[in-house]
Design a protein around this ligand. Structure first.
Ligand SMILES: C[S@@+](CC[C@H](N)C(=O)[O-])C[C@H]1O[C@@H](n2cnc3c(N)ncnc32)[C@H](O)[C@@H]1O
Length: 253
């Protein structure tokens, strides 16, 4: 209950509740991204959403049924407090499941053959839970194949680390980022905005925009989306001087 396997739980809720004001610019970027996601499916599987601290209620209200999967036992209470009343007033049915929906994804998909999915800032934590970046990257790169016949999207961490506290705070500009090929990281190319760069140069550009300082963590999510998928990179002041780059995209079958 305290840390829900190291990626959520009471610690997360206290930090999120205290950080809501600082997170507002990123929450607005997420809301703007999701406002552009229109699905024909009316049933959503929401994976790892915690209390939905960063989710906009109006986007959730586009669905008639939402199945919420999280390993954290506090989620039904806190998601209910944050979004439940408004969603129920608009006729949205909520169903809570306390289970590992990443390891159990095939069964979750079988149980809901018509639903679309949103992974809500959970895939970037897989490398922490597994304790091995290479294994995590291999597992995460398989997800898109399991989901090939679904409409689905994800918001997840890509990089995180300290920023230079002596410089002005970075701007909240989102960026377009498209992986160009299936090559290993050292030879891969990325289109970042209008420029095609090596993966390493593109990553350096991201870190430079946030005045990164010291050691940054790679969340092993580089291959969650396939080559050619246009994604949006969003800056997030997770702590005042510890920022993340989040990546979001929606994929159709
Ligand atoms: C960083 S938090 C998500 C934050 C959420 N987007 C929000 O706005 O509050 C990650 C969440 O994923 C959940 N989680 C981690 N691994 C999971 C898994 N394998 N299946 C389901 N939920 C998981 C954690 O319990 C936690 O609530």
């Amino acid at each position: 209950m305290v840390n829900a396997g190291g990626t959520g739980g009471l610690n997360w809720h206290v930090h999120a509740a205290r950080s809501l004001h600082r997170w507002l610019p990123t929450r607005e970027l997420i809301a703007a991204f999701l406002a552009g996601v229109h699905t024909s499916e009316k049933h959503l599987l929401l994976i790892g959403c915690s209390a939905g601290w960063m989710l906009p209620t109006p986007w959730l209200a586009r669905f008639t049924r939402i199945d919420i999967y999280d390993i954290d036992p506090l989620v039904p209470l806190l998601f209910g407090l944050r979004h439940g009343r408004a969603l129920k007033a608009q006729g949205v049915q909520l169903h809570y499941h306390r289970q590992d929906a990443i390891a159990g994804l095939p069964a979750v998909l079988n149980a809901h053959p018509e639903a679309c999915l949103w992974f809500d800032n959970v895939l970037g934590q897989v490398s922490f839970r597994l304790g091995d970046e290479d294994v995590a990257e291999r597992q995460l790169s398989q997800l898109k194949h399991l989901l090939a016949k679904r409409s689905w999207g994800s918001l997840h961490d890509v990089y995180s680390g300290p920023i230079d506290a002596d410089m002005a705070l970075p701007a909240y500009d989102s960026l377009s980022w498209t992986r160009m090929d299936e090559l290993p990281e050292e030879s891969a190319k990325v289109r970042i905005q209008a420029d095609v760069l090596s993966h390493e140069d593109a990553a350096q550009q991201l870190l430079g925009r946030l005045n990164a300082k010291g050691v940054w963590h790679d969340h092993a999510t580089r291959t969650v989306f396939g080559p050619g998928t246009t994604t949006t990179m969003l800056p997030w002041a997770f702590k005042p001087h510890y920022w993340h780059w989040l990546q979001a995209a929606w994929v159709r079958p």
